[in-house]
Structures are given as structure tokens and as C-alpha cells.
Design a protein around this ligand. Structure first.
Ligand code: C2E
Ligand code: MG
Ligand code: MG
Length: 733
């Protein structure tokens, strides 16, 4: 897990904790508010109930007092009894009766024990007041009021209301049956309790002092308040752990107090369902959110893995690509002693031809085949990758050039032993270059570049070109020359020198070869050996050759125009031209532009062109094309390395230029025989011969003897600037 991911998870946890804390705080605040509201609500409802009860009791007292005033006007006991029964029905008393100071009652049979002794009756007799008492043990309320006859209290009118009828009074109409009310006196003694005292608590338990000091304090305060007839409300935890709200209100009757008890969650209970639902919703949202994030992270990781895989895989071979090779190679070289590894670059020469001749699919198969063979040859801790196109890179755990070459030879041998295209008999030429990883901390990319440099700067075909530091220097110089090329053409720094060809038959000048010289204003005269191979690596040489050809045309035109006489001139053509079929068109155009007649211009093609399958093809058709354009063709440097007489019959060249190597040991009879036979053969084939690089009279004598036609060499003249050449001509004439 990265530091960034850790930070993100930390941030996410903090945010999540914040949300949960805010929700808990919110919920507790909501609960407090709801409890306050519930308390207030309970208080209001109880107040209402207390007022109702007080009003009812006062009404009962008042009715009794009014009734008492009517009693003296009644005639007899029977009338009284009948009157009392009737009124009891009307006024909702269970029983109404009169009691005199002797304790005798009307009606006589009153089902009440020692009625005259009850404190209320006594109060009415003794103090002449209306009183209300609760007859303990007999469970009824007794209202009593004095009956005055002649200003004296002779009787007391008493009305009984059984507890049941009183209970109806205190049944709370609110709280949806969840509440409980009762009337107690200031000592806490229950006066009237509801029929069903069960909804949540036994009344006796109300004042059961618990260990909870808050509740104990609240109850003490309530007892104080009750004595002083002050209303109040408080919350406490009951013995069954339920939160309850107790509200107390003084009734304006005796020292009676109305107690109302409701569950604390009366209102918040409903709300807590919603709070709980909110918690569930938020929790579900968080879970979904976390799941979403986890899925996103999974998706991101998966696509990153896939991206990484495709970024490091070569789709063609299924193996490593160059990026993977660099990474892996860097890891291997860093974990091994210095100079343990060599990075090898392999390139299939002329791979384009495979694609063109056999198709892209066959080309791809070939690349896969090469990759598989190379892979098979790897030892432990070695890697191979297709770099790009037909380039392969190997990281071999070797540093000995000989061992590397042996291993590469074996690989290439195996690559070429494949049978799939056996009927085609195609041989893959694989160019090889290598660079030893011999600098600490060297980036593999640089090592690869060095291998590329070695490949580009190799002097000879075949074998592995090993990188050395002077190659970089050489490459830099080459790059400099390439940079200078364009301006050199523009500034006419390239000059034509002419070397005469002399006829041995009569000693006359038979023609000249045009040879390029680079007269650089700062670097001085640069030899073609230094820049021609450089420009042959890119298209510059084609530009230069055409430039020289045009200079020669201009010269021929001048010779003709000035009347100093035309001479056949041969111009060198690099093998680089033979990559495309139509390059001669431009030459013909220039020839025409200067109005040079046919037969005066000759193009020299080096013999090495024959050894490239494709170039040979182009050459064959090019020689015919040259003839069609009125140009002659000579085979230059014949005999340097590849000379094959068989080639002569394939093409229709006009002249063969025997390379100076032929004449180095001219005194050797074998060499003499070869030259003589060759001259005779050429004569038969009607091909002209020019002996090149002739320096001595001895060589010249021999050539005269074997009747060589034409000679070019220092023995007559070095290549000369055009003015010098004119001068030389004049002198010889
Ligand atoms: P080349 O076409 O075989 O030209 C003959 C080379 O032999 C010339 O070298 C010439 O100076 C040298 N040479 C002539 N006689 C003697 C001799 O008696 N002894 C010795 N040792 N050398 C002699 P140069 O001018 O240095 O040119 C070298 C090569 O550069 C040419 O070989 C040719 O392949 C190439 N080259 C020169 N000019 C051009 C050009 O305009 N275009 C192209 N593509 N190649 C050119
Ligand atoms: Mg030449
Ligand atoms: Mg030559």
C-alpha cells in the first residue's frame, strides 16, 4: 500500500468518524429536546387533569352544600330519604345520607362503619365546614357538609363516592393509555389509584428510593414541593430500568396531589424509531459508499495491472517488449558484479523483403520463430525481447567476445535451421552488435544505444560488432559531416577532379574518371574515403552523385562550347541508388538539360552491388535503362573481393575496371596469367577493359604486352582539378 493510499484511507476514516460522531451528538441532542418536550407535555396534561379533578370535587362539594340548604325544608324522614335517593342519582353520588349528632342516619341502613366517627363528618359538625375525606379501608370518598337548622348544625349531609367512580376521574385521557395517574396526600399515601395499576409500575414503587442519587434527590424535592403545593416534573429510572417521567400537581383539595407517571419515551419512542432508521440509512449509505470505493479501487487496480501487462508485453511474440527488457535488464545488471552482462542487438537484414515476398503473416511468423529460438538459448538470469520491428535485444551473462560470438553463431544457425520455409530456401542474415555493461549505474537505454552505434559503425558485414568508446567519437564526426552536407552542396564545396584514362594503343587520352573532392573552407580538403561511406548510410550520397554528374555535364558542355574537344567521362554511382528502380530518370534529365550527346557519359557501378539480391535485380534493368538513355556502364573495382565471371553474362556492362589489387604483384607469373586470360575473355565478350591504379612503368609494360586497352593511374596522372586537367591535356596533345 502506497503512502498516498494510506493517506486516503486515513482521511476517509476521519470523515467517517466525523459523520458518526455528528450523528451520535445529533441523536443525543434530539433525545434531550424530546425529553424536555415530553416533560413539558406531561406537565401540561397533568395540570389539565388536576384542574378537572379539582373542578369536579368542588362541583360535588357545591352541589352538596346547595342540597344541604334544601334539607331543613323537607317534611319527614320518608320525604328526606326519598329526596336523598333522587338527588344521589342526579348528582352522581353512590349514596347521600343525613347524620345527626347522635349518629343516627337517614336512610337508616347505611353500609358504612362508624360513620359518625369519620373525621370529615366530625369536621362538618364541629367546625360547620364542608369536608372531603378518603375513608381508608372502606375505599370511598366521603363528602360532608353541615345542615343548619335555626343557625345550628343539627345534622350533616354526607355523600359517598365509591373509589371506582372516582377512578374514572383520574384515568388520563391523554398518553394513549400509556400513562398512570393517582392522587396521594402530602405524606405520599395513596388516596385514589387507578383500577389497573399495572401499565408500567406498581404505585408503591414510586417512592422506592433507589441507589440513584439523582432520583433520590428528585423525590426529596418532590416531597418538599408537595408540602408547599408546588408543581413539578422529573425523569428517573424505574426499578425495571425504564425511563419514566413523574409529574406532580397540587389539587386544591386538602393536601392532595395528583401524580402522573408516563414512560419517558412517550414521544421520543416514536422518534427513536426514525433515529434508528436514519442510522440504518446512513450506515447503509456508508457501506454502499465503502463498497463503491472498494470496487473502484479493485477496478482501478485491475485495469492498472492490465495496462502494465500490455505496457510491458510485445503483442507479436507475447514476450517482453523493450520497456520490460530495459526494466529487467537494469535489475539483473544492478544485482550482478560489473561487466557481467552484455547487451546484444540483433537485426534481420532485409526483413522488408520477407514481408514483401512472403506476406506480413509469414514475416510475423519469422519474428516469432526468431524470438522462440533466442529464448531457447537463454541461460538462467538472461533475457530476450523484441525491441522494435525486426530488432531483438538479448542480455547475456557473458563478457568474453569469443564466447558471445560462439553463442550468437549457434543461435543464428538454429534460426536458419527452421523447416517451415525450407522450400523457399531463405537464409536469414542477422546483423549483430553488442555492448558490455561495464559502467556502474549505466542506464540500459544508453547501453542499447551503444549497441545500435556499434551496428551502424561496423566496418564489415558478418560477425558481432562490439561497441568501444571511440565509436561514439567516430559517430559524432559522422554526424558533423551530415550536418555540414546541405550547406556544402549549396556552397559548391564539392568539386570534381578528373583522372585521365590513357589508351595503350596510341597513348592518347581515352577519357577521364570524375572523382569528388570536398574543399571545406575550414577543414580543408576532405578525402572521399572519409565522407563517402558516411553519406552512403543515408540518402546524401544520391544527392552528391547527381550533383557530381551535373558538374561533369557542365564541364563537357564547356569543353564542347569552348572547342577544346569532348572526352568520355565516367562518374561514380553509389550502390545506395540501387534500392529503387527509377533513379536514372533524373540522370537522363540532367544529360538532356546540358545537351550532352549519347556515348560521352559513363556510370561506374561497384562490383559489390552484385552481392545483394535486390540490388542485383535493379542493376540488371538499370544497365538496359542506361543504354536507353545514351549512358554507358562500367563495373568498378572489379576483382576486389567478390569478382565472379559468371556475373558478366548476366548484365550488359560496357567496361570493366580492373582493381589495382590485380597489379600489386605484377611480377608473379600466376597473377600475369590471370590478367592476361581475363583480358582475352573480355575481348571475346566485347567488354572494354580499364586497368586502374597503375603506378609503375613495369605494370605499364606488362599491360602493353597483354594488349590492355586502357590505363588509369598515377603513372600518367593523379586526379586533377578541371583547369589542371585541361592544362595536362594541352601538354600531351
Ligand atoms: P574509385 O572509383 O575506384 O576511384 C579510383 C580511386 O583510386 C580514386 O581515389 C583515385 O584517386 C585512386 N587512384 C587512381 N590512381 C591511383 C594510383 O595509381 N594509385 C593509387 N593508390 N590510387 C589511385 P579517390 O579519388 O580517393 O576515390 C576513392 C573512391 O571514392 C573511389 O574509388 C570511388 O569509389 C569513391 N568516389 C570518388 N568520387 C565519387 C563520387 O563522386 N561518387 C561516389 N559514389 N563515389 C566516389
Ligand atoms: Mg570509380
Ligand atoms: Mg575503382
Amino acid at each position: 500500500m502506497g503512502a498516498r493510499q494510506g493517506l486516503q484511507i486515513g482521511f476517509f476514516t476521519v470523515v467517517l468518524s466525523g459523520i458518526i460522531a455528528a450523528m451520535i451528538w445529533n441523536t443525543s441532542e434530539l433525545n434531550i429536546t424530546l425529553q424536555d418536550r415530553t416533560g413539558q407535555y406531561v406537565k401540561d396534561v397533568s395540570y389539565q387533569l388536576a384542574s378537572d379533578i379539582t373542578a369536579r370535587i368542588h362541583w360535588n362539594e357545591l352541589s352538596l352544600e346547595q342540597l344541604a340548604d334544601s334539607v331543613p325544608r323537607l317534611q319527614d324522614k320518608n320525604g328526606e330519604e326519598e329526596f336523598l335517593n333522587r338527588k344521589a342519582d342526579i348528582l352522581n353520588f353512590d349514596t347521600l345520607f343525613l347524620i345527626d349528632c347522635d349518629g343516627s342516619t337517614v336512610p337508616e341502613n347505611v353500609d358504612v362503619e362508624s360513620l359518625g366517627e369519620l373525621s370529615g363528618v366530625r369536621t362538618s359538625f364541629e367546625e360547620g365546614k364542608t369536608a372531603l375525606i378518603y375513608a381508608e379501608g372502606q375505599n370511598f370518598l366521603l363528602f360532608s357538609t353541615p345542615v343548619y337548622r335555626d343557625g345550628k348544625v343539627e345534622e350533616v349531609l354526607a355523600g359517598i363516592r365509591k373509589e371506582e367512580t372516582m377512578q374514572a376521574l383520574i384515568q388520563p385521557k391523554s398518553f394513549e393509555g400509556n400513562g398512570l395517574s393517582c392522587i396521594v396526600d402530602s405524606e405520599g399515601k395513596v388516596i385514589i389509584s387507578p383500577t389497573d395499576v399495572k401499565p408500567f409500575l406498581q404505585l408503591e414503587d414510586i417512592f422506592a428510593s433507589g441507589s440513584d442519587t439523582d432520583t433520590t434527590n428528585a423525590i426529596t424535592k418532590m416531597q418538599e414541593d408537595m408540602k408547599n403545593k408546588i408543581s413539578g416534573v422529573f425523569t428517573f429510572t424505574a426499578v425495571d430500568s425504564r425511563q419514566l417521567i413523574m409529574s406532580y400537581h397540587a389539587l386544591e383539595v386538602n393536601d392532595w396531589i395528583l401524580l402522573t407517571l408516563v414512560p419517558a419515551d412517550l414521544i421520543s419512542g416514536g422518534a427513536s424509531v426514525y433515529v434508528f432508521q436514519s442510522f440504518v440509512i446512513v450506515a447503509a449509505t456508508i457501506v454502499l459508499f465503502v463498497l463503491f470505493i472498494l470496487m473502484t479501487i479493485r477496478f482501478y487496480r485491475k485495469s492498472r495491472r492490465e495496462l502494465e501487462k500490455s505496457a510491458f508485453t510485445d503483442p507479436l511474440t507475447g514476450g517482453m517488449n523493450n520497456a520490460a527488457f530495459q526494466r529487467e535488464c537494469q535489475r539483473l545488471t544492478e544485482g550482478a558484479p560489473l561487466s557481467s552482462y552484455t547487451v546484444v542487438l540483433l537485426n534481420v537484414k532485409g526483413f522488408k523483403l520477407i514481408n514483401e515476398n512472403f506476406g506480413i503473416a509469414a514475416g510475423n511468423d519469422t519474428l516469432r520463430h526468431i524470438y522462440n529460438v533466442l529464448k531457447m538459448h537463454l541461460k538462467e538470469d538472461e533475457v530476450v525481447a523484441r525491441g522494435e520491428a525486426d530488432y531483438f535485444f538479448l542480455a547475456l551473462r557473458e563478457n568474453n567476445q569469443l564466447n558471445i560470438q560462439l553463442r550468437l553463431d549457434k543461435m543464428i544457425q538454429d534460426i536458419n535451421s527452421f523447416t517451415k520455409y525450407a522450400d523457399i530456401h531463405y537464409y536469414l542474415t542477422i546483423q549483430q552488435a553488442a555492448c558490455v555493461v561495464d559502467e556502474p549505474g549505466l542506464n540500459i537505454r544508453i547501453v542499447q544505444d551503444r549497441a545500435r552505434t556499434a551496428l551502424r559503425m561496423r566496418k564489415e558485414e558478418g560477425g558481432c560488432a562490439f561497441y568501444s568508446s571511440d565509436l561514439t567519437e567516430r559517430m559524432k564526426k559522422e554526424q558533423e559531416l551530415n550536418v555540414l552536407f546541405e550547406s556544402a552542396i549549396r556552397n559548391h564545396e564539392f568539386q570534381v577532379y578528373l583522372q585521365p584514362k590513357v589508351s595503350l594503343r596510341d597513348g592518347a587520352i581515352g577519357g577521364a574518371e570524375a572523382l569528388v573532392r570536398w574543399n571545406h573552407p575550414e577543414l580543408g580538403m576532405i578525402s572521399p574515403a572519409d565522407f563517402i561511406p558516411v553519406f552512403e548510410k543515408n540518402e546524401n550520397i544520391c544527392v552528391l552523385d547527381l550533383y557530381i554528374f551535373e558538374e561533369v555535364c557542365r564541364l563537357l558542355k564547356r569543353w564542347r562550347d569552348t572547342g577544346c574537344g569532348m572526352l568520355p567521362v565516367s562518374v561514380n554511382l553509389s550502390r545506395a541508388h540501387f534500392k529503387n528502380f527509377n533513379f536514372l530518370r533524373a540522370y537522363a534529365d540532367v544529360k538532356e538539360k546540358y545537351g550532352i550527346p549519347d556515348g560521352w557519359l559513363e556510370l561506374e557501378v561497384t562490383e559489390s552491388v552484385f552481392f545483394d539480391e535486390q540490388q542485383r535485380e535493379v542493376l540488371r534493368s538499370s544497365v538496359d535503362q542506361m543504354h536507353a538513355y545514351g549512358l554507358l556502364c562500367s563495373l568498378d573495382d572489379f576483382g576486389v573481393g567478390y569478382s565472379s565471371l559468371g556475373l558478366l553474362k548476366e548484365t550488359d556492362v560496357d567496361t570493366i575496371k580492373l582493381d589495382r589489387q590485380f597489379f600489386v604483384d605484377i611480377e608473379n607469373p600466376k597473377a600475369q596469367n590471370v590478367i592476361e586470360s581475363f583480358i582475352q575473355l573480355a575481348e571475346k565478350l566485347k567488354i572494354h577493359i580499364v586497368a586502374e591504379g597503375i603506378e609503375t612503368e613495369k605494370q605499364l609494360d606488362f599491360l602493353r604486352r597483354v594488349r590492355c586497352e586502357m590505363v588509369q593511374g598515377y603513372v600518367f596522372s593523379k586526379p586533377l582539378a578541371p583547369e589542371e586537367f585541361d592544362e595536362w591535356r594541352r601538354k600531351r596533345a
